[in-house]
Design a protein around this ligand. Sequence first.
Ligand SMILES: [Cu+2]
Length: 190
Amino acid sequence: MRRLTAAMLLALAVVAVGCGSSTNTVTPNAAGEIVLDYSEFSFGADVVEVQAGQTVTFVLNNGGEKEHEFMIGRTVVENDLGHPTQFEHDFFEGLTPVVDPPSAAMGMDMDMDMDGHSMDDMDGHSMDDMDMDMDMDEQHGFMVMQLSGESARVTVTIPADAVGEWEIGCFQDKGVHWDSGMRAKFVVKA
Ligand SMILES: [Cu+2]
C-alpha cells in the first residue's frame, strides 16, 4: 500500500515536471529570514532550503482567509478515518524554537487542556481560560497556529543531525489543507 502510494506520487511528480511547472524554492535572506506567505492552500513555496548550523527565522504570514498551522516533520500520520493529521517525526523535537508572539506556538513544553474542543474549534489564541493539565506534545509536536491576517516569527538553529529532507505542512480541516497542497519540502543541506 505504502509502495503503491509512493509510486503514484512519483508518477504525479513526473507529470508535473513534464508539464513544465516551475518550482518555487525559498532560501533564507540576508537576515536569515524565510518568508512564507500563506494562502488557500499554499505556504507560498514549494521548497524551503537551509544549511545545517544556520540560525533562521520563519516569517509566517497568514494572508489566507482560513486558520492555518505550520508544522515540520517526516512521515504523515493518518487518523482512523484516513485523514492526514500530523507528522510522526517532529523536526522541532529537542530544539528550542523562539516564537514571537509566544501565544502562536502550540505543543512543545506547553501543557494545556483544550476543554473538550478540538483544534479546529479554536477561534482564538486566548489560553488564559483553559486548564493547563493536558500535554499536547504527545499529539502533534510543535506547531504554530494563526488566524487569518496574523503573522508570527519562529527562530531556530538548524542542527547538523537534521540534514536531509523534511516537509512543512498544515493539516487543518481534517487534513483537507494538506491534501489540497498546503505543504512544502524542507531541505537541510550539510
Ligand atoms: Cu492550512
